[in-house]
Write a protein that binds this ligand. Sequence first.
Ligand code: OGA
Ligand code: NI
Length: 337
Amino acid sequence: MGVERVEVIAPKPEGTIPDEFIRSENEQPGITTVHGKVLEVPTIDFSDPDEQKLIRQIAEASSNWGMYQIVNHDIPSEAIRNLQAVGNEFFELPQEEKEAYAKPLDSDSMEGYGTKLFKEFSDGNVTKKGWVDHMFNKIWPPSVINYQFWPKNPPSYREANEEYAKHMHKVVEKLFRLLSLGLGLEGQELKKASGGDDLIYLLKINYYPPCPRPDLALGVVAHTDMSIVTILVPNDVQGLQASRDGRWYDVRYIPNALVIHIGDQMEVMSNGKYKSVLHRTTVNKDKTRISWPVFLEPPADHVIGPLPQLVNQENPPKYKTKTYGEYVYCKLNKIPQ
Ligand code: OGA
Ligand code: NI
């Protein structure tokens, strides 16, 4: 038997969802969300000509929030619209057609159409599930692309994704430079430590079907991203939440903004100066939510640790140094790092 997809399970009798989607009370969004308050994570104008100011804003937001939104980033809204249109179209295909891109069960790569990512612990007899299906494609550099996992339908899927990757380069270069300077390093040092030109852009599409009980279920459960940095565009359905002072808040949706998440590898490299952000997603009763995060990650055999330039006797390393592959293995299997 294949994997059960959330979008196939989703249409159930009015007002009910299967047990495996009902979160425990300390996770249920109906109980744990601070209602009526939208979190204003910092919004940063990427076109500001004052570089010193930008460096300060990025460093401050990366240290104190781990999440911020970038506006005026130069990625044409048409490129974003096209990326979203082809992703939408793919998920609207008949189920059998999507299954042709299913991630093989024994695969140690993330790529393909799938449902479950993290090992979830069982609660009694029920292993809990998130209300979401996904698609993963590596979109950069060309040497790591596996076109077998790229949908042939819609026919413009490839062009739209390649175009988006192309526009993303400038944002990535600038963001890494600002983050690096914000740590007191040379502009190119963080990028170099992240794998340089081998840095991988792993695109994920999260597809959250309408859910009859959005108060009980979660889309993606609370986590920090494993990546170095994640750059995300959502559709206009509210769903992203960030944890702040131990409470959960909706993050304001800003059309065309790029939502930046500081990932675990950036926290490690900066020796804790920049913080990865705890976040999760809720689902909607009537609408399908879709989001497109791009995880910027090093190759699996690349070693990541606190940068030697940032540690000394007063500030010893707070994290282990290990390959990214080892880090991912531990995280997905809930083994302590
Ligand atoms: C993720 C994630 C957030 C969103 O896929 O890691 O956090 O808005 N997604 O869908
Ligand atoms: Ni995430």
